[in-house]
Design a protein around this ligand. Structure first.
Ligand SMILES: NC(=O)c1ccc[n+]([C@@H]2O[C@H](COP(=O)([O-])OP(=O)(O)OC[C@H]3O[C@@H](n4cnc5c(N)ncnc54)[C@H](OP(=O)(O)O)[C@@H]3O)[C@@H](O)[C@H]2O)c1
Length: 367
């Protein structure tokens, strides 16, 4: 069987996506994801941990429209080191001091989940726009308060679901919207890893992380399925259990989802899987899509099967964290809603909390 490899020239991703995305609204959003303007937004960072160092500090440096003004760590020495490494003009060891820095327009929050809501609200009250890492917060009340306080203080809130900023995510979304694979009946996503940390790690402490693999990884999958299908979750059933490790959060989360347009979703997000291909599968009445390696910061390969024939789509390698930072800065400049605003993320968090409730009560939960 021939395997025509379709190479989309995503060196011009924004342009190429004009051919991939249907609605006017999507075209506008894609343009703002992949920014080519000249405004510079000043950033301040809270929490100098892994994601900040590996992804976002380099992304702010690479983004065309952003400048790192200051970093904040509980350790002034760590803050000083990172400020020097990434060219920040100032560094602090108190959130209040960072928020009092007039040159900062936007705050990036990269702390454990239990700090997301209080730090977002403090930043909003200080008049700063906020890019807050996932999961949005510990519970629904906190999520709603974050949205409300940002609205009240006229600042923007975006949640760090970087999978929305990937060419392959957009490509799959377009292929589905086109009707190429007909009506979607089933979509499956796996984001699972092997996670056996020091027992003091915040991710395995329910009062710091809010949950285990579902809060850490599953929220990405739920959000991705909502984005790709352009659908809302209406009902959820789940098992969240600790099968492999001794820590007090789940290492296994299997979630079944019913979407408002009739499709069903299956997610597994586990901390006890050693080798995952991070595959996304979409089954429709006319065909199937396999996104191989697409649930990852790297760009994967997209295979589409129609009538026994396979087409392979290759998308540009684009750093989703750079796209995320550029997009948020652009939204601030243009006074536009971010692609994954706090409000938009409410649908993801409702589904995640419903999954925990379903597992606890052993029944389906309507949203
Ligand atoms: N979107 C993504 O791809 C992605 C990937 C990984 C993580 N994340 C999210 O990013 C956030 C941070 O994750 P991470 O992997 O960077 O975690 P991490 O390496 O543990 O870093 C978290 C940082 O938060 C600060 N912090 C403040 N209070 C703390 C406390 N009581 N316990 C521990 N740390 C505290 C610390 O910075 P200081 O010592 O400098 O104060 C710490 O280094 C989480 O919400 C996580 O879910 C997102």
């Amino acid at each position: 069987m021939p395997d025509p490899c379709i190479k989309l020239d995503l060196g011009h991703f924004a342009h190429s996506l004009h051919t991939l995305i249907n609605s006017e609204d999507d075209i506008r959003r894609v343009n703002t994801c992949f920014w080519e303007g000249s405004v510079t937004i000043g950033w301040g960072l809270i929490g100098c941990g892994s994601i900040a160092r590996r992804r976002i500090l380099p992304a702010i440096r690479e983004a065309g429209n952003s400048r790192l003004i200051a970093v904040m760590s509980r350790s002034i020495e760590k803050a000083r080191r990172l400020a020097s490494e990434y060219g920040a003009e100032r560094y602090y060891d108190k959130v209040d001091d960072l928020l009092g820095d007039d040159e900062i327009d936007a705050i990036y929050i990269a702390t454990p989940t239990f700090l997301h809501a209080p730090q977002t609200i403090m930043a909003a009250e200080a008049g700063k726009h906020i890019l807050c890492e996932k999961p949005m917060a510990m519970n629904m009340d906190e999520c709603l308060r974050m949205v409300e306080e940002c609205r009240r203080n006229h600042v923007k809130l975006m949640i760090g679901h970087h999978l929305r900023f990937k060419p392959d995510s957009w490509g799959i979304r377009r292929i589905i919207a086109d009707g190429t694979i007909g009506d979607v009946s089933l979509i499956k996503a796996q984001q699972s890893i092997w996670y056996n940390p020091d027992p003091t790690a915040w991710r395995v402490n329910p009062s710091l992380g809010g949950g285990g693999s579902l809060m850490d990884l599953g929220v990405h999958c739920i959000d991705l399925l909502r984005f790709i299908l352009k659908s809302e979750v209406v009902e959820v059933a789940a098992f969240t259990q600790t099968l492999t490790f001794n820590y007090p959060v789940e290492d296994t989360a299997i979630v079944l989802i019913r979407f408002d347009r009739g499709a069903y979703g299956v997610i597994d997000s586990c901390f006890n899987i050693k080798h995952s291909r991070r595959v996304l599968e979409v089954y429709g009445s006319e065909g199937t899509i396999f996104g191989i390696g697409t649930i990852s910061p790297k760009t994967g390969v997209v295979e589409v099967f129609i009538d026994g024939e396979k087409k392979t789509y290759k998308f540009e390698e684009k750093n989703p964290y750079v796209a995320e930072v550029e997009h948020f800065a652009e939204c601030i400049e243009r006074d536009e809603e971010p692609l994954i605003s706090g409000e938009e993320c409410i649908g993801t968090m409702k589904a995640a909390f419903a999954a925990y409730e379903s597992s606890k009560k052993r029944r389906f939960i309507k949203i």
